[in-house]
Design a protein around this ligand. Sequence first.
Ligand SMILES: Cc1ncc(COP(=O)(O)O)c(C=O)c1O
Length: 507
Amino acid sequence: MHLQLDGNGPLHAQLTRALKAAMRSGLVAGSRLPATRQLARELGMSRNTVMAAYEQLRAEGFIEGRVGSGSYIAASLPRARPPAQPVEGSIAPQSAFARRMRECHQGFGGVVAEGVLHAFQCGEPMTNPMLTTVWARELSRAAQYTAPGYAPIRGLPALREATCDYLARRRGVHARPEDVLIVAGTQQAIALIADVLVDPGDLVAIEEPHYPAIRKVLQSHGARMHTTTVDHEGLVCAALPEGGAKLVCVTPSHQFPTGAVMSLQRRMELLDYASRHDAWIFEDDYDGEFRYDGKPLAALRSLDDHNRVIYVGTFSKAVSPTIRLGYLIMPPQLQRDFTSAKWMSDFSSPGVEQAALAQFIDNGGFERHLRRSAQVLKERRRVLIDGLRACGRGRLLIEDSRAGMHFVVWFPGRSDAEVATLVEHARRARLGLYSIAPLYLRPCGRAGLVMGYGGMSVAEIEQALVLFERCLDEIFPVSAKPLPRRPAQRPTRRSRHGRSRASSGSR
Ligand SMILES: Cc1ncc(COP(=O)(O)O)c(C=O)c1O
């Protein structure tokens, strides 16, 4: 019998109250109570205490004794009505923040649909059993020597130093350990950026299309969003708000989701815009470590002479989103505010995971893992692109970005509604497809899919392609609607690998 004692007053009185509550809420009238000896043993109290409680309940008419056959709950005892269970979201928002959150965040999209066999889901981590083994070893080692207190607010010095070394080697970013703030992924980084920089009504420029999770955090802080076109050179700086924005959010190394790499010219224009308008730039370098054609381009932060760029990287793609670790390189003039915001949010990120990661970077395991992963991802990408080319037969255009774990496939001449039908049809065939439409704040006039392949093996990609082709044939039969001519399209380029590359124009 589960009884909750309230800790107030003598034990027999506590037991009396607990038994009354149990009888009211759940026990059936007329049913037998446990024998006093048994209940005393279960609760670890004396039998006299239990007998005193039963005596009191009998005196108040809650229980009836039948000589020789124990104590029974009174047949006449009215049962309390269980309290009504509030319906989710049935209350008006209790704060302006909650109201804004409800307005901008209707659902947790992008989750793998139930019952799906394969899903081309973006954001899925790369499956790698070897990493699991190595990570388990690093964690258990770190658990043994990590101090049990709270980690420092900005992060463990060892991880901040390892991050600086890594960024200098791989991303051309030169930062000091004191510039680094270890955060719970990009998602916490943008929340802290919003805390430190954004007041309700402030204008924030984001790329269109973009990663909605970031936009929603900004909107829930009351930011006004200015969507800015991207083309094959990344963000179109001429389309930024003329009067200046407080903050510009960009993914220059690998535009999300189109994959465009921001040209040097545009990078310089953006930095110039920031210094002319006193704007801040949030550089989201979410998967800059995976490039398949040569050296990754240095980060935008490496060109920033005026300390306007807030550079953010994450270990979600390179290791796993489950560790919830990333870093924010703070401009010196904002360090105090960012450190306070982090303290307000969660004091600090978990120490054991930080120590394990620092060790993983220092002993070279991390970069070895990145090199191997890049090979694996390159092969997965090749198989997917070849498969899509083979089954597309003029129905789709691949926006073949040469980095990360996803790319975009456009369906020229098709509408969002038609692509939604394809997605729904695929779901019924147990294939997860993801429309690009939710990554736009405003309708864009082009329909497409974001194809994530990081979490699928080559064999899974091949099986998924069979399902994909079947769905494509059923929903967009080859003869039903030929590809319209697109005069605005740039000429097709031949890549080093002999594959053609289609790029989008300005949207
Ligand atoms: C554009 C972009 N930024 C950041 C992230 C990673 O977020 P986090 O570090 O919070 O896991 C993702 C994940 O898919 C992303 O697509």
